[in-house]
Design a protein around this ligand. Structure first.
Ligand code: NAD
Length: 357
């Protein structure tokens, strides 16, 4: 089968592309316009495989999307392209509205026209076609109890421009299924972490700041709770939903790893004490670098996912615990300095000059 993956140069998208190329026989077309978050170096392990192709294109460009569908005739679309950083959505929401809402609409329309055409030219291929939209648990808003969980039927109540734009895109995808019959699936996942994570996000930011002897800024009191999932567990779940999920359904994906932000930062410090004992000058304990800063506006208190449906219906469970996944992540950053140094100094963006549209 041919998988059209959007946003495949991003953090989760690149894990999905690696999973597809390394663990399945499928062909992958990666459609990405390489924003600051897109890094072709995250695909170095697979980009010379003959089953992999890269297309530099913006999902908001209707003509380019129509061309790509015509040219590659995909069997499955996995839509991950998005603006994904909450802080950036507060500083400048416009790109989030454009890519997450208008871009998803544009892609849905290109998929619909292509799929309609298949119904005449290749009915069997049309019958098997699937459009999988990848979303976040942040669309559900936040939880204030200690043991309540987001399920697939929790009403949407997004708090940030990021989560509101993702919520809009989820509604569009479901409407294209209900109104036009487009065979769609939606997944909503908790916070991911792991190798190739862009260094502006909490976990890599804390690892790299600690290694540099810089302060580790924690929002508010650090008591916000997030449910963490190792990115490779997520990629495996996504491929399974794309291939085996029931059309029209939503699946929540989570790691059963609820942690307070402060606990996450302390875990990183403790792993670094063990794995990187030679500390920067002036640092006695990594934990001494933790500082508390003003809370983010609209900061959600707690997210926690009930992932029992995907477990029950598709048999998926995470392989990594928080402890094993965090150890793998810290080791990866210690062993892959070239990757993150090139992100920090901006040279990774030079790669985009070498790819053609
Ligand atoms: P990311 O920011 O790391 O990557 C996004 C990718 O999309 C980049 O490669 C970027 O170049 C590309 N992109 C952005 N705008 C584009 C456009 N207009 N056209 C084509 N490509 C474009 O994001 P991520 O963390 O890998 O998240 C991927 C998806 O998963 C997103 O939809 C996000 O909402 C969702 N998600 C993320 C998390 C998480 O913890 N990171 C959790 C749940 C769901």
């Amino acid at each position: 089968m041919t998988f059209l993956v959007t946003g495949g140069a991003g953090f989760i998208g690149s894990a999905v592309v690696r999973e597809l190329i390394e663990k399945t026989p499928h062909r992958v077309v990666n459609v990405d316009n390489l924003t600051y978050a897109g890094n072709p170096e995250s695909l170095a392990r697979v980009d010379s495989d003959e089953r992999y192709e890269f297309r530099l294109a913006d999902i908001c460009d209707a003509a380019a999307m129509a061309r790509i569908f015509r040219e590659y005739q995909p069997d499955v679309v996995m839509h991950l392209a998005a603006e994904s950083h909450v802080d950036r959505s507060i500083d400048g929401p416009s790109a989030f509205i454009e890519t997450n809402i208008v871009g998803t609409y544009t892609l849905l329309e290109a998929a619909r026209v292509y799929w309609k055409g298949l119904q005449d030219s290749a009915p069997q291929k049309a019958a098997n076609f699937r459009f999988h939209h990848i979303s976040t648990d942040e669309v559900y808003g936040d939880l204030h109890g200690v043991d309540d969980l987001f399920t697939e039927t929790t009403p949407y109540a997004p708090s940030s421009p990021y989560s509101a734009s993702k919520a809009s895109s989820d509604h569009l995808v479901r409407a294209w299924n209900r109104t036009f019959g487009l065979p769609t699936l939606v997944t909503n996942c908790s916070n991911n972490y792991g190798p190739f994570h862009f260094p502006e996000k909490l976990i890599p930011l804390m690892i790299l700041s600690a290694l540099a002897g810089q302060s580790l800024p924690v929002y508010g009191d650090g008591k916000q709770v997030r449910d963490w999932l190792f990115v490779e567990d997520h990629a495996r779940a996504l491929v399974q939903v794309a291939c085996e999920g029931k059309i029209g359904e939503t699946y929540n994906i989570g790691g059963h790893n609820e942690k307070q932000n402060l606990e996450v930062v302390e875990t990183i410090c403790d792993l670094l004490e063990e794995l990187a004992p030679r500390k920067p000058p002036g640092v006695e304990n990594y934990r001494d670098l933790i500082t508390f800063v003003a809370d983010r506006p609209g900061h959600d208190q707690r997210y926690a996912i009930d992932a029992s449906k995907i477990q029950r219906e598709l048999g998926w469970t995470p392989r990594e615990t928080f402890e094993s996944g965090m150890r793998k992540t810290v080791c990866w950053f210690l062993e892959n300095e070239v990757w993150w140094l090139r992100v920090q100094n901006g040279s990774y963006q030079g790669e985009r000059l070498g790819v053609t549209a």
